[in-house]
Design a protein around this ligand. Structure first.
Ligand code: MN
Length: 294
């Protein structure tokens, strides 16, 4: 276990003074001092490295003395701070809509978010998503937008890129929520485009929310994005249930070979016009499915 502190010269000297009877001989020009009885190494840069259980003890003492916050705790504080987050689902799935959710998690809902261990994203099966969404949806405020396959295909024909559609939907969902709550706090988008690209795509919109942070892997950094992601995924699953009922069998997610086989089956049983109402028709899968048509 290694812990690192970044200290000022003053703090470094205070620490050196504390260990003055316990210093190692040092001939490394980058090392400011090293402690004899414990694996602590202080560098001229201000970096101090603590190692092992003994080092951890000393590290804990020093963050208390200097009134610092441990990085892991800092991350945790940020993760559970109230904010608006937005995320989308379905952009890589041939079947089913594109769903975008913006979600505000307030202080009140945070205890529940903690209890549900929402940050634990690796174990999220579809069943877990359904469970989590039902547990949390009444405790948070959200705006959920569903772009149907008909609309999606229509926009593709009009020359829209998926990134443009997503930009418009994210802005709309966020703006809905900001207006509804008269919100002034932090807003995080799980980044899917450069800010310049995003704002260029939304410039024609009636209302644009400008003070948004674009964050990569935002789900693991802000609980609001994690909850938005869960609610979007849940809505997508419900839509897939509905479309599967319509078709008479379970539609696969994703865009793999099983999707190509399913496309062929749908064309044979329902015709290509029906396919257009449940799919992102411009995906390469439509072409690839031809080899399964007899
Ligand atoms: Mn995302």
């Amino acid at each position: 276990m290694t812990k690192v502190l970044e200290l000022t010269k003053e703090q470094l000297n205070r620490m050196k003074d504390f260990y003055r009877d316990d210093l190692k001989d040092n001939d490394n020009e980058h090392v400011y001092f090293a402690v004899k009885s414990c694996p602590i190494m202080a560098y001229n840069s201000g970096k101090v490295v603590f190692q092992g259980p003994k080092g951890l003890n000393e590290y804990n003492m020093w963050i208390e003395i200097f009134d610092m916050v441990d990085d892991i705790i800092k991350k945790d504080i940020i993760y559970y701070s109230p904010s608006i987050g937005s995320d989308e689902v379905g952009k890589g799935d041939y079947f089913g809509p594109l769903v975008v959710c913006a979600c505000y998690v307030n202080k009140h809902a945070m205890d529940k978010v903690r209890d549900l261990r929402i940050s634990d994203s690796k174990k999220r099966t579809d069943d877990r998503i359904r469970k989590l969404a039902k547990e949390i949806k009444d405790d948070v405020t959200y705006s959920l937008l569903v772009l149907s396959n008909e609309k999606y295909n229509d926009l593709v024909n009009k020359g829209f890129s998926v990134t443009k559609m997503m930009s418009i939907l994210h802005n709309k969902a966020i703006t809905n929520l900001v207006d509804k709550l008269n919100y002034k706090g932090d807003i995080y988008i799980d980044q899917f485009a450069e800010p310049g690209v995003y704002f260029n795509y939304v410039k024609q919109e009636p209302k644009v929310t400008r003070n948004v942070h674009f964050t990569t892997k935002a789900e693991s950094k802000h609980s609001s994005v994690a909850v938005a992601s869960i609610l979007a995924r849940y809505k997508y699953l419900l839509e897939m249930d509905r479309l599967s009922d319509e078709i008479g069998f379970t539609l696969p997610k994703g865009a793999g070979d099983i999707v190509d086989q399913t496309i062929a089956k749908i064309i044979t049983e329902h015709g290509i016009e029906k396919l257009k109402t449940i799919s992102k028709f411009s995906f390469a899968n439509t072409e690839k499915a031809k080899k399964y048509l007899t």
